[in-house]
Design a protein around this ligand. Structure first.
Ligand SMILES: NC(=O)c1ccc[n+]([C@@H]2O[C@H](COP(=O)([O-])OP(=O)(O)OC[C@H]3O[C@@H](n4cnc5c(N)ncnc54)[C@H](OP(=O)(O)O)[C@@H]3O)[C@@H](O)[C@H]2O)c1
Length: 287
């Protein structure tokens, strides 16, 4: 028997294995067994099947490409029975509905749904965030092992879909910012400015940007869209400058066009003198 079993050895699984190895005994399984070779030291055991891996430890982590891949493993003969009395932590990325479906298919298993907000290189740090939802008692029993992979455990409550919802909402924020960042890179390039200095500066001022996002979130929560410090019309003006600059510098205008499309809808709906948070009223309109 080992402390933890880990199913899935893609780039993320390998990082999880390395973080776990230093503090726990570990059994691993991967569809392609050769991928385990770099981590088969420090006593780590390679199981011959997913079932054997699950039987080997009281705590089972699964981190494969998606829930469909996970389901194909967890639906194998004997697996559901082998999981009874153990804690299963699902670390594959999915939607809240994926988590609910998985949980329903494994009734009787102590199931936690987790979402790592990190790249493989960020695994094992005290500040690495891990969203977790499900039974709090199950979390308490495996907290030390989870802290070995991600020190910042963000427990999001019992509803099993919560971790996936927080994860997707946060990824939406991140990829939205990334899309804007890439267009910002094109602006820098068009003016001969150094991209690495731009990205470094964004990192340095990120608390100020975070404060701006939070202010809009608080306004949405309170349903208060009036008395803007920066009105929708003012913000839309910046959007139009992106379009103008892209035309002047002959840049791809996908991002400016997307942004001005949203601003045009907000202005058309009569929100010119409201704060930026009023954009949510546009997005709440039926598609
Ligand atoms: N990489 C990241 O930055 C990151 C960050 C946060 C979350 N995640 C999440 O972590 C999960 C794993 O990601 P990853 O980066 O390790 O790489 P990945 O390419 O998403 O997943 C690779 C793993 O999935 C397995 N797999 C795929 N299809 C399978 C199937 N039908 N049956 C059994 N196993 C199957 C692969 O096995 P084989 O080796 O046999 O192909 C391998 O173990 C994903 O859900 C991803 O979204 C990744």
């Amino acid at each position: 028997m080992t402390d933890v079993s880990l199913i899935g050895l893609g780039p993320m699984g390998i990082a999880l294995a390395r973080a776990l190895q230093s503090r726990h005994t570990l059994t691993v399984w991967n569809r392609t067994a050769e991928r385990a070779t770099p981590i088969l030291d420090q006593g780590t055991v390679l199981a011959p099947s997913a079932l054997a891996a699950i039987q080997a430890s009281p705590l089972v982590l699964i981190c494969v490409a998606d829930y469909a891949a996970s389901r194909s493993i967890l639906a194998s003969p004997g697996v559901a029975d082998a999981l009874r009395g153990k804690v299963l932590v699902q670390l594959s990325t999915g939607t809240p509905q994926d988590a609910r479906d998985d949980w329903a298919a494994l009734s009787g298993v102590a199931y936690l749904d987790g979402a790592l907000l990190a790249t493989p290189g960020q695994i094992g740090r005290p500040d690495t965030p891990l969203f977790i939802s499900g039974e709090e008692r199950a979390l308490a029993s495996c907290r030390p092992a989870l802290e070995a992979i991600a020190g910042n455990i963000l427990y999001m409550g019992e509803p099993i879909g919560n971790a996936a919802a927080w994860d997707l909402a946060t990824l939406s924020c991140m990829f939205g910012a990334m899309s804007g960042f890439f267009h910002g890179v094109r602006i820098c390039e068009s003016e001969g400015l150094k991209v690495n200095e731009f990205s470094q500066m964004i990192g340095a001022i990120s608390p100020v940007l975070g404060e701006m996002i939070d202010a809009e979130g608080q306004a949405i929560h309170a349903g208060r869209y009036g008395e803007p410090e920066s009105s929708m019309a003012t913000c839309a003006g910046s959007g139009r400058l992106f379009v103008k600059q892209a035309r002047e510098a002959k840049l791809d205008a996908s991002f400016p066009d997307f942004l001005t499309g949203l601003f045009d809808r907000a202005l058309g709906a009569g929100f010119a003198n409201e704060r930026l948070a009023a954009m949510i009223k546009v997005l709440r309109q039926p598609a």
